[in-house]
Structure formats: structure tokens, C-alpha cells
Design a protein around this ligand. Structure first.
Ligand SMILES: [Zn+2]
Length: 114
């Protein structure tokens, strides 16, 4: 059984965010975050980091062949795309009452809606 990390990092990237890849061969690509694997510090981004899988013919895939799907990548390889200034930015967090609000460090606009 996986032990809970003692110093679990709070990620500032969430499912549904748009991110831009800033490292590696996919650098510059943007996509929506499909999953955040917090314990592994990895994320899966829509249409980014495709891997090819060769599959045998089956009921689901009668012709067999190559299936492409997104592979996870390390969370540090992406930056959030600010919905306001639409640039890949660093995200800050500030308290608003009891809530943590994410904001863009570039244009200072709140990232989370409502
Ligand atoms: Zn911004």
C-alpha cells in the first residue's frame, strides 16, 4: 500500500486547466489537463505526449494496429496558461477569506472562476 507522502506538495495545476509544455520535445504544445496523478507528481494533458501502442486485433479493435494515447508527464514540465493574458505563467496563491485563490503572477488576475 502506498504511504501518504509526508510533505505532499500542493499542486497549482488542476484537472481541466489549460497548460503549456515548457520542457522536452513537446515544448510549446498546449492542452487541457485530463488527470493529475498527485502521488506521482505527474499529469496527463490532452493531445500531448502521445505514445503509440501496438495492439492485436480484438472485438474492440477488429483490425488491430497502432493505438495512440496520451502518456503522463512530470508536472514540472508544464506551466498553466492564464485564461486572462493567455500566456504560460507561474501561479501564485493568496487567501480570500477561507479560500485559496490561484492567480496569475503576470497579470495578477484570478485564475479560478467563481
Ligand atoms: Zn495572466
Amino acid at each position: 500500500m502506498a504511504k501518504a507522502a509526508k510533505h505532499a506538495k500542493k499542486f497549482r495545476i488542476k484537472q481541466g486547466d489549460t497548460v503549456e509544455v515548457v520542457q522536452g520535445k513537446e515544448s510549446g504544445k498546449r492542452g487541457k489537463v485530463l488527470h493529475v496523478l498527485a502521488s506521482e507528481e505527474r499529469i496527463v494533458v490532452e493531445r500531448v505526449n502521445f505514445i503509440k501502442r501496438h495492439v492485436r486485433p480484438s472485438k474492440k479493435v477488429p483490425q488491430g494496429g497502432v493505438i495512440e494515447r496520451e502518456a503522463s508527464m512530470h508536472i514540472s514540465n508544464v506551466k498553466l496558461v492564464c485564461p486572462s493574458c493567455s500566456q504560460a505563467v507561474r501561479v501564485g496563491v493568496r487567501m480570500q477569506g477561507d479560500d485559496k485563490i490561484r492567480y496569475c503572477k503576470k497579470c495578477n488576475v484570478q485564475v479560478d472562476k467563481g
